[in-house]
Structure formats: structure tokens, C-alpha cells
Design a protein around this ligand. Sequence first.
Ligand SMILES: *[C@@H]1O[C@H](CO)[C@@H](O)[C@H](O)[C@H]1NC(C)=O
Length: 402
Amino acid sequence: MSGARLPGWFCIVICLLITLRADGFNVGITYLRDAVAKGAVCLDGSAPAYHMAPGFGTGINNWLVHFEGGGWCNNVTNCLARKNTRLGSSTKMVAEVAFSGMLSNQAKYSSDFYNWNKIKVMYCDGASFTGDIEAVDPATNLHFRGARIFHAVIEDLLAKGMQNAQNAIISGCSAGGLTSILHCDKFHELLPPSTKVKCIADAGFFINTKDVSGVFHIEDFYNDVVTTHGSAKNMPAACTSAMKPGLCFFPQNMAKLISTPLFIINAAYDSWQVKNILAPGVADPHGTWHYCKLNIEQCSTTQLATMQGFRLEFLKALNGLGSSSSRGLFINSCYAHCQSEMQETWLGADSPVLGSMSIAKAVGDWYFDRSPFQKIDCPYPCDKSCHNRVFEPKDHTDIILI
Ligand SMILES: *[C@@H]1O[C@H](CO)[C@@H](O)[C@H](O)[C@H]1NC(C)=O
């Protein structure tokens, strides 16, 4: 009978866990079984899935469709490695996920969207929902059908009430942020003409630049993704007719073609991009960048100079968005990746700000046309409001994500 004698530290741990969880709420999974007949399936052929929290009160006709991220698989080898994980099969997905930040259901945590219908679409195709190849090689049983999943999900949500949407947003983080850019106009077209539709991409503005060894590593990688998944036909023809389809995966090359209002939330020193685009393992065989990638405070003067160069490349790439005032920009100088899904970075007493505006307030004001927002931070380390990421040495995020 040890229940009454739990040591104090045990309570501290449990109480802390409860506090950390308190700003999120759990939402159960819905499988799209009907989508299988249309061939809209995950890499392994299983049904796609999402988590949905119904809207309430004044938010009942407002819809926020948020796409999960998780890198991409660029060839059969890597797609096979992903096939039997939650990023390739709904049989491996968890029954509940926590909604927080932009997806919170409490006004104090997400003042403009808390009572909307909120959907988090699980990522299981490996190509930001662009793939569509009919043939399935029996030797691998790999299905490249992301674009069909996208359509099946939207159709399903329209039938569940989104056809009456007054307001609708497509959003996402990381590879999901790229999804919301690549599918922004398509999402708009699938909704009724009377719906106010806007797109939000968090950490989805991946840039085409050289790595520290001077190679366009990410360009080769995206080329492989697009070829493997047959993505070209699902990307804007105005882009694919002008350049290699793999290049159209970069927002800097295709975003100017988007006519729907689009908001970009991105750290100029995006930690995923630094780890995988600027200094991927293949470009840094001696591991010189290892500690710098784990913690920006560990970067040498030379490495910081390289990162400042990366920021300038990033800002140059943003010109690809065009100059429309319908674009929103929240580009802070943090070492971060995905700032909308976590309460501490989306909206909180000490969450990141640009000119005293939190991400939540900037995005809400922009969506509801209360005021436009286009702000780019001064260079690192000027911004003291950042929540800079610090990774564990054994953090294998890289391997899972790429
Ligand atoms: C698949 O892609 C990875 C990562 O880019 C690469 O190392 C590997 O050689 C590729 N495999 C094949 C079979 O092309």
C-alpha cells in the first residue's frame, strides 16, 4: 500500500505533466474507410485518417483544416522504410492526439479559432498530398496517392457540413505547411464561392539553396520526391510548364501563382532547414555542425555567419510570394520549426512576438481583415522573445523526417 507514501518528487513530475497537458485536449481518430474504394490510401494501402473536433457556438460554420507534417520520402527505399510507420500507415496511428495552440478549444489559448470545426489530417503519403500513380508494384505494395487523399478528405468534410462554411482555412506545419501552400487555390476552388477562404503555412517555406558543401541537396531530393510520387500533374501547370516539376515544390517558385490570401509563419533560421537543407549529414561528413544544429547557442562565429547568409537567402526567396497585400508574413529570427501547434509559441504570456504581436494575434487580425501583417525580424540574436529549440544529442528527428 504505497499510495499514501508517494515521494514528493513524484507529485512534482505528475503535476507538471498535468499542467503541460492542460492547454491541450485529446481528439479521437476518424478513418476514411470509404476512401479506399477510390484508391485514396496511405503508402501501405490503408485508409487515410484525421482527427476532428466539432465547432460550437458562433464557430459552428467555420472550418480549420490543418495538415500534419513529417518530411517526405523521395524514393522506393525511403518510402518502404516509412510504409510501416504512422507516416505511411493508418494502422500505426495513435487513437487520440492532443490539439493545442491554433487548434485549442479555449478562447484564452486561440481567441479567433477556438470554437471552429478543427481537423488535423494525418500525413501518410510522404509527398505533401501531391502524389497520384495508379499502378501499384506488387513487390513493394507502395501506393503513391497523396493527392487522392487530399480530395477524399475535403469531400468528406464538405459532406459533414463544410459545404455550409462561412469561413475556412487550410493550414499545416512543416511538410503540412507546404501542403497548404501547394493546395491553397485547390482548397479554395472546392469550397462554395460564398466562403471566405484563406491559407496559412507554418514552417512550410522550404528554400532551394546550396548546402554547406556547395551542393543543391534539397533540389535533388525534391526532384526525386516528385518523380517517385507522380506529383507533377497535381501542381500548378503554369509552374510545371516553365521549369522542372521538382522546382515547383519550392514555394519561392510557385507561390506567386496562388490567388488565395496566404499567410507565411516561418523562422528565418528554421531548425529543420538548417539541419536538413543547409547542413545535412551528407554535406558535413566530419560532424562539424553537430552541436550547432542541436543548439544555436553552440554555433561558432563562422557557423553563425553561414546561418546569417542562409537568412538572407531565405528573405530573397520570400520575394517569390509576390507583393500582394493579401499575403501575411510573420518571419521571426528564432531557431524554431512549427510555431502554431504549440501553445507556448502560438499564444502565451511569453510567446514570440514581432512588434509586440503574437503569432495568434497577427494571424487572426489578418484572417478577419482587421489589419494586414507583414513583418520580418532583425537578425539573430536580437529577438529576446524566441523559444529557440534545443535538441537532444540522440534526437533522431532528422532520420524520421527525411
Ligand atoms: C534514396 O534516397 C536516399 C536519400 O536521398 C539516398 O541516400 C539513396 O541512395 C536513394 N536510394 C535509391 C535506391 O535511389
